[in-house]
Design a protein around this ligand. Structure first.
Ligand code: ZN
Length: 232
């Protein structure tokens, strides 16, 4: 009886060469080893060699070079592309050729990195403000109606803080109030038309009202302006 050294060489995923050698005291006659070689040549010509083999009649899987493989009748011979495939099919590693174990660290898939969260794209907003079309008088009660919305949707943005500003010259703005939009993204702001003389100006005068939204993590800032002509 020949004593042959069976060498199993496997390339692990990490590229480390894993060499396991065992002495097989139940080796096969040389003639049959040649038949393995010729089979391997045929498979190699086909372009691919599955690295693991097993018998339908056994519960062990082997390196393809294991001499136990040669004992398996062709009808019972099955091949596996990976140790994990073999173990998933219920096979355990052969104790003679010691094929790569599915649970060895080199076969454990690298942890998938958590998907990087891309910053949300800020949504643009539009702030419309509607006032009286006609001239008003000092002391009149006037309601300005503002709406903060996404321009492409025109659905209101609720609960947004709107700053109300006043200008007598259209250049310099003074904050006069703050108000939150309602559930529809609207605000109604009622003013009593001030007397421009208290600001050192004479009638007629054009008052400017501006609604400003500063934006947040979701929405971009926007503002809307309307003018009110005040006559005597
Ligand atoms: Zn084996």
């Amino acid at each position: 009886m020949l004593s042959l050294l069976t060498i199993c060489i496997l390339l692990s995923i990490s590229g480390v060469v894993n060499i396991v050698g065992t002495v097989d005291s139940h080796a096969q006659p040389v003639g049959q080893i040649k038949s393995i070689d010729s089979d391997k040549e045929k498979t190699a010509k086909a372009g691919y060699e599955p690295p693991f083999a097993a018998s339908k009649k056994s519960d062990k899987y082997h390196c393809r070079s294991c001499l136990e493989v040669n004992k398996i009748k062709p009808a019972n011979l099955i091949w596996f592309n990976s140790a994990c495939d073999a173990q998933a099919a219920g096979y355990t590693p052969c104790s003679k050729c010691n094929p790569l174990d599915c649970s060895s660290p080199s076969l454990t898939p690298a942890p998938v990195p958590a998907p990087t969260t891309t910053p949300a794209t800020l949504i643009s907003t539009i702030l419309l403000i509607q006032g009286p079309k006609n001239a008003v008088h000092v002391g009149d009660r006037v309601t300005l109606i503002g709406t903060l919305a996404r321009p492409e949707m025109m659905d209101g943005i609720a609960g947004a803080l709107i700053t109300v500003k006043l200008s007598l010259d259209g250049k310099n703005w003074v904050t006069i109030d703050n108000k939150n939009t309602d559930g529809n993204g609207s605000i109604r702001y009622t003013i009593t038309v001030p007397d421009p003389q208290s600001y050192g100006q004479k009638l007629p005068v054009v008052l400017g009202y501006k609604f400003s939204y500063d934006g947040n993590d979701t929405y971009l800032a926007s503002e809307g302006v309307c003018t009110i002509k005040v006559v005597s």
